[in-house]
Design a protein around this ligand. Structure first.
Ligand SMILES: *Cc1c(COP(=O)(O)O)cnc(C)c1O
Length: 403
């Protein structure tokens, strides 16, 4: 008899965004006039940089003429975007070769797909709270056992990134083979500094482990912190880095990202770069030419200025939320090197209780922290991705909360 991968049945416990939608719809039905402000979803709202639009329009025209038409990216040997990415790394003093850079349609796909590289018995360590993709894709792959009563999966190693840990992962107390790190972090907004990253790199090299470093929010770093794991000595022999144009340049709907797999990264005599190359060559046919031109344009001087302007806009929103909530006595993290604001819910409430309170009293929608793992219970995520006007209105409403 044919069977369906039973792992998917185990996953159905995840109702976060469905539950948010249900609660918001119910509220709207009861209060049809309500003006609801959504500060929950992790999607950008500002338009693409003008340089990207111009570059993509030009690329569309090229596709319409036989002399400049492009087909499968690999068949044309085009590496202009990889070269632009390489040059961008060089600005931070990082040397990567173009065949260490793998373009893709998203960091979500890459962080999810990268598990294909690893054998079945590896011990996977994840932070708690965490971007749910890392856990769910390991469940799908059969590496995560079963869901325990405390909300953790039986075979995963969880690194507590709660408030008492400063929202930062400590080195594992027991053996782990693969560790997912995300800095600046979604959902807590915390960014790791050089010595914290160095400790992880040293640990991974000493233990033969691999770090999967998600840098989707590196462009939001404004303080003097590393923007790439490869700014850390020794990272080339233990770390894979995921980056994306999604949050950096508004490409969430266009889709373009890249993963760096250093050639020095070898385990059991096998090159991880070669395995990932084989995997991508088999299951992926490259990023559209038009999209690549749009992404390339973000690295021009004009492009960088336009990207910076949008990031500054989101960071300003995040700061408005942060200072606004601090002024009513709430404890708030993130919002500095990150578009995310991580709020401790007032005494006596849990994440969903605070969700209901915000929706009912302020008509503001956020994301309950418990949706990112058990250690997120008692916390709440808001984002700076709204418009400045709506963010300001949301903060004014939240300041009238009856806490
Ligand atoms: C948004 C996000 C990504 C980027 O996903 P894309 O597929 O590139 O749009 C990756 N990692 C984290 C933690 C994110 O929040």
């Amino acid at each position: 008899m044919m069977t369906i991968n039973p792992q998917f049945q185990k996953l159905q416990a995840s109702y976060l965004f469905a539950n948010i939608g249900k609660k918001v719809r119910a509220y709207q039905e009861e209060h049809p006039q309500a003006d609801i402000i959504r500060l929950g979803i992790g999607d950008v709202t500002r338009p693409l940089p003008a340089v990207s639009i111009a570059a993509m329009q030009k690329a569309v025209a090229e596709m319409g003429a036989a002399e400049t038409f492009r087909g499968y990216p690999t068949d044309y040997g085009q590496i202009f975007l990889e070269e632009a990415i390489q040059a961008d790394y060089a600005l931070r003093g990082v040397n990567v070769s173009v065949d260490e850079i793998f373009l893709s349609d998203g960091a979500k796909s890459d962080t999810g797909n990268f598990g294909d590289v690893f054998g079945a018995g590896n011990v996977i360590a994840v932070c708690d709270p965490i971007y749910p993709v890392y856990v769910d894709t390991n469940v799908m792959a059969g590496r995560a056992g079963y869901l325990l009563e405390d909300g953790h999966w039986s075979d995963l190693l969880y690194l507590d990134c709660g408030e008492s840990a400063g929202f930062l992962p400590r080195l594992p107390s027991r053996h782990a083979d693969i560790v997912y790190l995300c800095s600046p972090n979604n959902p807590t907004g915390t960014a790791m500094n050089k010595s914290q990253l160095q400790a992880w790199v040293d640990w991974a090299n000493e233990n033969g482990a691999i770090l999967l470093f998600d840098g989707a929010y590196e462009a939001f770093i404004t303080e003097d912190l590393p923007r790439s794991i490869y700014e850390i000595e020794g990272a080339k022999t233990c770390a894979v880095e995921f980056r994306s144009f999604s949050k950096t340049a508004g490409f969430t709907g266009v889709r373009c990202a890249y993963t760096v797999v250093p050639k020095e990264l070898v385990r059991g005599g096998v090159s991880v770069n070669a395995v990932w190359n084989r995997r991508q060559a088999t299951k992926f046919n490259g990023v559209s030419y038009i999209t690549q031109r749009g992404a390339e344009a973000t690295f021009t001087q004009e492009g960088r200025a336009q990207v910076r302007e949008t990031i500054t806009y989101y960071l300003r929103n995040a700061n408005v939320i942060k200072t606004g909530l601090q002024s009513i006595g709430l404890s708030v993290w993130g919002g500095v090197n990150s578009p995310y604001i991580w709020v401790k819910v007032p005494d006596g409430a849990d994440s969903w209780g605070f969700f209901d309170m915000l929706l009912n009293q302020a008509q503001v929608v956020g994301t309950p922290g418990c949706g990112f793992g058990p250690a997120g219970e008692g916390y709440f995520r808001l984002t700076g991705f709204g418009t400045a006007e709506r963010t300001q209105t949301a903060v004014e409403r939240m300041q009238t909360l009856d806490l």
